[in-house]
Design a protein. Structure first.
Length: 180
């Protein structure tokens, strides 16, 4: 197994090195924010999840061991667990929570934004494990093996989740087009 690129920083963080923690935050923050934003659909909650993830890194870095998992795998699992905690606490959204869609001419930028919102809504609507697989693979650009390790499933199980997730997204998005 290749050496973990974060191992030295984590060792220093475990010894209380604040500069190492700042370096790790700079290295991991953009990806953790993107992951949490896509899982939760809320920028403020994503920031809270990222912050709590870094607090846990600071508290538990001394206990992390390279033999158990790559550090990046562990960090993504922590962030995903925090996302799921927040999702469990949310009440089910209703149609009243959805923004009103107003007809009118769209610029290309508005159309791209509308498409992005449609995809975000569709991602929220699919099964959580399917969403997790899609976010890790397509948005976090993890390999299937890496995403499977984060999710603690086999590569075959991950590929099955991806296939079902893509079908679910396609069904939702195609339904949107017919309705619009």
């Amino acid at each position: 197994m290749a050496p973990d690129p974060d191992e030295e920083l984590v060792r220093r963080i475990g010894a209380g090195d604040e500069a190492a923690m700042r370096a790790l935050v700079a290295r991991k923050l953009p990806r953790l924010l993107a992951l949490a934003r896509r899982m939760l659909g809320d920028a403020a909650e994503a920031e809270d999840v990222a912050q709590e993830t870094f607090v846990r890194i600071w508290r538990h870095a001394a206990g992390w061991r390279t033999e158990r998992a790559r550090f990046d795998t562990w960090v993504h699992r922590v962030a995903l667990n925090l996302c799921y905690d927040r999702l469990r606490r949310r009440r089910e959204w209703t149609s009243e929570d959805m923004p009103e869609i107003v007809d009118g001419a769209h610029t290309e930028a508005q159309q791209h934004e509308d498409d992005s919102l449609r995809v975000e809504r569709a991602l929220k609507a699919i099964a959580p494990r399917q969403r997790e697989a899609i976010v890790l693979t397509y948005y976090q650009t993890m390999s299937n093996a890496e995403a499977a390790a984060v999710m603690d499933v086999s590569t075959d199980a991950l590929e099955s989740l991806l296939a079902r997730g893509r079908r679910s997204l396609q069904t939702i998005l195609m339904g949107d087009e017919k309705d619009g």
